[in-house]
Design a binder for this molecule. Structure first.
Ligand code: PMT
Length: 400
């Protein structure tokens, strides 16, 4: 991706878009900027002109542009149209096909991928009509990045902050650098379902049992599957990561919720990868009120959770099912046992509880087993490891 058309609409987060232009150019992209009238109330076109090195486009009917078809030539020029910040108003206009200014008209004329980074007050984001507009845009193939949770300029807290420019930039380039070429789309036509992150099992309104999974491994797999041309559904426990642009993200908290989400999707997918660290047990009782500190000892009674992986593999028309095994000892023995006992197609075993790799680390190593073979994938960055595992899965899928 070389030519990025940045649409800036009128929100306080518009100031962050100046930094975004700088970062995009640092990555080697050419950037042109289209601003709405209200965006110009927040930041001057001159700022974007200086940072992008190009004149800024603000008018739909611009007599200076040859044959006054500026919106068409801008739409043709762009490899990607990125709208950041995208206000509630602009999302509503895009969702309904309104074209009453340059930015909305360019959107209608664009045939390139479109990415929006919403930014607005949290109540506006949560409003049903905004959510409906976003869902509509997603159905139309628009990629939605964010928004993030946190303190807002209006003094409120919640979802509505624009994703940070560094994260927007990293995600845009991660997708293209790691293989946007059609030659690498070895999973085109496949639907891949991935679970990621921990689950949290509450036992009172302020406390829960969880584990140290960061979601990095599962999210890297989601990106690798996207890069390979698959449609991806990511069922994620609570993590502090941005989902790759283009995945269908289903956020869950408990093992039971993850079970319900995965089971509702499994039969419509051709591959399931269970990278989540699902709690094996959860408290029998979730007290409605905070447990007070009284006795010297407190006993929590736990019950076994449903095994999601085994349930997927037991479905009549089950997807190609890949499990993970996280072990502190006897890695191969336990992994092979899980492979046969849970009736899996493959299992990716990793050491946990060590200094390097496993939980909450940027790197990992895997030993992958299947019925009549195995392969060791040495310690490497999780993004690269995920690419290797995905290629191995595709190879084995072809063999069955
Ligand atoms: O998230 P990161 O910080 O990047 O860390 C990555 C990881 C260490 C979490 C990941 O590489 C990993 O090993 N994930 C599986 C962790 C785990 O729960 O392993 P397990 O051996 O306890 O479970 C075996 C398999 O059964 C796993 O595929 C798990 O998703 C699945 N399972 C377990 C329990 C349950 N109730 N339902 C399940 O589906």
């Amino acid at each position: 991706m070389k030519r990025i058309l940045l649409g800036v609409s009128g929100g306080i987060a518009a100031y962050k878009s100046a930094e975004l232009v700088r970062l995009l150019r640092k990555q080697g992209a050419q950037v042109q900027v289209v601003m709405t009238k209200s965006a110009m109330q927040f930041i001057s076109p001159l700022t974007f002109q200086a940072l992008s090195g190009n004149p800024v486009h603000t008018e739909l009917l611009d007599a200076d542009v040859e044959n006054a078809m500026g919106h068409i030539s801008l739409a043709r020029w762009a490899d990607v149209l990125l709208i950041a910040p995208a206000t509630a108003n602009i999302l509503a206009k895009l969702a309904h096909g309104l074209a009453d200014d340059l930015l909305t008209t360019v959107y209608l004329a664009a045939t390139c991928p479109v990415v929006v980074a919403p930014a607005m007050n949290q109540a506006m984001w949560n409003k049903a009509v905004t959510q409906e507009n976003v869902e509509k845009l997603l159905r139309h193939g628009v990629k939605v990045m964010g928004p993030e949770q946190g303190d807002q300029a209006c003094g409120e807290t919640g979802y509505g902050r624009m994703t940070e420019p560094t994260a927007i930039c990293a995600q845009l380039f991660a997708q293209t650098e790691s293989g946007d070429s059609k030659d690498n789309h070895y999973l085109a036509g496949h639907k891949v379902l991935i679970s990621a992150g921990p689950t949290c099992e509450p036992f009172d309104p302020v406390r829960y049992l969880t584990n140290r999974s960061s979601g990095k491994m599962g999210y890297a797999l989601a990106q690798a599957a996207l890069n390979a041309g698959a449609e991806v559904t990511l069922v994620s426990g609570p993590v502090a990561l941005l989902a790759p642009v283009g995945v269908e993200l289903i956020k869950v908290t408990t093992a039971e919720q993850m079970y319900q989400a995965v089971m509702s999707k499994a039969v419509s997918h051709s591959i399931y990868i269970g990278a989540a660290a699902v709690a094996d047990y959860s408290p029998v009782v979730n007290q409605p009120e905070k447990i007070k500190k009284q006795a010297e000892q407190l006993t929590l009674v736990l019950q076994k959770n449903k095994d999601i992986l085994a349930a997927v593999a037991a479905l009549n028309d089950c997807p190609f099912t890949v499990g993970f095994a996280a072990e502190t000892h006897d890695l191969e023995t336990y992994a092979r046992d899980k492979l046969t006992r849970k009736n899996l197609d493959m299992i990716a075993a990793n050491w946990v509880g060590q200094e390097q790799g496993g939980f909450d680390s940027d790197q990992n190593a895997l030993h992958v087993f299947w019925a009549d073979g195995d392969k060791s994938l040495p310690m490497i960055d999780k993004t690269q490891l995920a690419e290797q595992l995905m290629a191995l899965i595709a190879e084995q899928l072809k063999a069955v």
